[in-house]
Ligand binder design. Structure first.
Ligand code: EPZ
Length: 422
């Protein structure tokens, strides 16, 4: 298994380009199942989950093309779908495989998708995805660990949906199903994440009518057929947030290019309260530097536009260096503090009670051997290691590779001493 070896204590300085958003590229790839025509996606990050989604679509006999000459492009052509199945072997490595459920049942009238099962950060059921499809007329059954969904004669029908709880991929599945359903679908209590708006843009280009993206009520008018499209994926706000913390925690100065500052407001506001100086430079660049001693500031994770759960672990790493006690409350997932124990092994003072973590700082972190437990936890350990004294070895970086594009190269280019070892 590959590991990262990081020698801490170096100030990061320079320019880093932010990649495309994994969590926008994944639903965009799934949406390509809705049409026999090619869907060309630009700004797709070269990360493991994208490779897994490509394999999944290929399993369904879609053509997935990437070219070394244009590494950020992926073209998908699902001319015919002869195998409307997402097998356990792929779903177990990537829960987002469930994003194929809505498009498959809408396009072919049938889908068989393995249930994802538990995950390191929480139970993460998909009951809300299934209820939405049922309301659109699909018959759902679960057997042998697989969900089978069948559209009624004449295909899925538009429906009035109301999610009991906000769900990002649940909203995306319902949107994609609605794009090929007959009539209008209204989704209440929809997720408002920028990735939802990005998917709406793509579906509109493909010929669906979508209104209200970015608000809690979405209205989608399905089309009998959707056509191909070319679409540029939005920048990755979580990678950008992680890099902002990297600049701040090392007392450095980084210029992040090709990001979308408007998607990062909750994070930049929190960091500013903590004493980090962040300046917008032009339309899509952010400059970060540490304006002196950091102050502890509480944070509570929320759905967008609140502070993202996907930034909670990285923020915790920063708070180990801030003066005072910060209370970090995780409201989205029930078990997303696994990184805390690893940070404690590096010298952090963190106590956990249920969904709250109290971080007391500043402490001098010291390098240690630590283990990554999920994607964002891995990133938080890299951040802690960048400021720790001596050498940190992070095991199981395959978690990190699922969602960060060449993180060691990006950090290495701005002064971090980081290497990938076998
Ligand atoms: C998306 O996961 C992201 N993944 C996650 O990114 C992110 O952490 C999460 O949204 C929250 O922002 C992708 O976009 C591919 P949810 P998703 O459904 O859609 C509960 C990363 O690191 N729920 O919004 O699976 C659920 O258990 C990750 O990139 C139900 O109860 O999350 C959770 O408590 C990991 N029933 C809450 O809702 C359902 O049917 C929100 O989850 C669905 C969800």
């Amino acid at each position: 298994m590959e590991k990262f070896r990081i020698e801490g204590g170096r100030r990061l300085e320079g320019m880093v380009r932010v990649s495309g958003a994994k969590n926008a590229a994944l639903p965009a790839m799934a949406a390509a199942l809705l049409t026999p025509e090619p869907v060309r996606l630009r700004n797709v990050p070269r990360v493991r989950d994208i490779v897994t989604m490509g394999r999944l679509l290929a399993h369904m006999e879609a053509h997935v093309e990437t070219s070394p000459a244009e590494p950020e492009y992926v073209t998908i052509r699902a001319e015919k779908i002869s195998n409307a199945e997402a097998p356990y072997e792929l779903v177990k490595t990537m829960r987002a495989s469930v994003l194929t459920l809505g498009p498959l049942v809408a396009r072919t009238g049938y889908a068989r998708v393995s249930l994802p099962g538990g995950c390191a950060i929480g139970a993460r059921p998909i009951d809300l995805h299934l209820k939405a499809l049922e309301k659109m007329g699909a018959a759902i059954s679960t057997e042998h660990g697989y969900v089978e969904a069948r559209a009624p004669e004449g295909g899925l029908r538009g429906a009035e949906l109301r999610f009991e709880k906000i769900t990002v991929t649940g909203t995306e599945n319902a949107m994609m199903a609605a794009a090929l359903a007959s009539g209008e679908t209204v989704i209440e209590n929809a997720a408002r994440e920028p990735e939802i708006a990005d998917l709406a843009r793509l579906l509109i280009t493909m010929g669906a009518k979508v209104e209200g993206a970015g608000t809690a009520t979405l209205r989608i008018c399905g089309a009998a057929e959707l056509h191909g499209a070319t679409h540029t994926v939005i920048p990755d706000r979580i990678e950008a947030g992680t890099l902002l913390v990297a600049g701040a925690i090392t007392g450095g100065e980084l210029l992040l290019t090709q990001c979308e500052p408007a998607h990062l407001t909750a994070v930049t506001e929190k960091l500013a309260q903590a004493g980090v100086v962040i300046r917008a430079e032009g339309g899509n660049a952010l400059r970060v530097h540490n304006g002196g001693p950091l102050t502890a500031v509480d944070v509570t994770t929320e759905e967008y536009p609140g502070f993202a759960t996907d930034m909670q672990a990285q923020y915790m790493a920063l708070m180990t260096q801030a003066e005072g006690a910060s209370v970090i409350t995780e409201t989205i997932f029930e078990n997303r503090f696994l990184h805390a124990q690893e940070m404690v092994r590096m010298g952090a003072h963190i106590s956990i009670e249920g969904r709250r973590a109290v971080v007391r700082g500043p402490v001098r972190l010291t390098g240690a051997s630590v283990q990554a437990s999920d994607l964002r936890a891995s990133a938080s350990l890299v951040l802690a290691a960048l400021v720790a004294e001596g050498e940190t070895v992070i095991d199981r970086v395959y978690h990190l590779d699922r969602g960060y594009e060449r993180l060691e190269e990006k950090l290495g280019a701005v002064g971090a001493k980081i290497e990938r070892i076998k």
